[in-house]
Design a protein around this ligand. Structure first.
Ligand code: NAG
Length: 177
């Protein structure tokens, strides 16, 4: 009796709780298809892999990034000799900036991308399949949850990110925590 009352109440509660409150936001990461990936026509291929995996797109824009933005993005590498060249390469053409969401997405995206050096990347990973040199490694992904949060805030205004429920969510996740 009590159990059925409780389950009735939880059904009512769900029905009247806004979606944004009900589905606690999962982890997010920042992914960019670099200018070489765009020039080589790999945007669709890369998005396809993240979609097929089950991750959810929360934001995306096609843009030419300013050198100031890129300098900020790579600020941790500012004392490296390759820093100016890296910023120049990233500013050399349009790129696709994306925010992807899902449980463990920061780490899993890194696994899907392969190693920073394409030569160390296994076949089946994005870099393992599509590129050869570290300076033309076609994709960026945040290396930790902390840098993901920083990078998302740097590349996207809050209103450029969208919360939504994937139709197949309950077939991708066992529980909707
Ligand atoms: C989600 O459902 C659509 C439509 O059935 C399907 O095409 C897509 O591959 C599914 N996505 C995942 C990650 O299973």
């Amino acid at each position: 009796m009590l159990a059925s009352l409780l389950s009735f109440l939880s059904v009512i509660a769900r029905k009247f709780t806004p979606e944004s409150i009900m589905s606690a936001q999962r982890e997010r990461t920042f992914i960019a298809v670099k200018p070489d990936g765009v020039q080589r026509g790999l945007v669709g291929e890369i998005i396809k892999r993240f979609e097929a995996k089950g991750f959810k797109l929360a934001g995306m824009k096609f843009m030419k990034a300013s050198e100031e933005l890129l300098k900020q993005h790579y600020i941790d590498l500012a004392d490296k000799p390759f820093y100016p060249g890296l910023c120049k390469y990233m500013a050399s053409g349009p790129l696709v900036a994306m925010c992807w969401e899902g449980t463990g997405v920061v780490k899993t995206a890194r696994v899907m991308m392969g190693e920073t050096r394409p030569a160390d990347s296994k076949p089946g990973t994005i870099r393992g399949d599509f590129c050869i040199e570290v300076g033309r490694n076609i994709i960026h992904g945040s290396d930790s949850i902390e840098s993901a949060n920083k990078e998302i805030a740097l590349w996207f205004r809050p209103e450029e990110l969208t919360s939504w429920t994937q139709a197949n969510d309950s077939w991708i996740y066992e529980s909707n925590e």
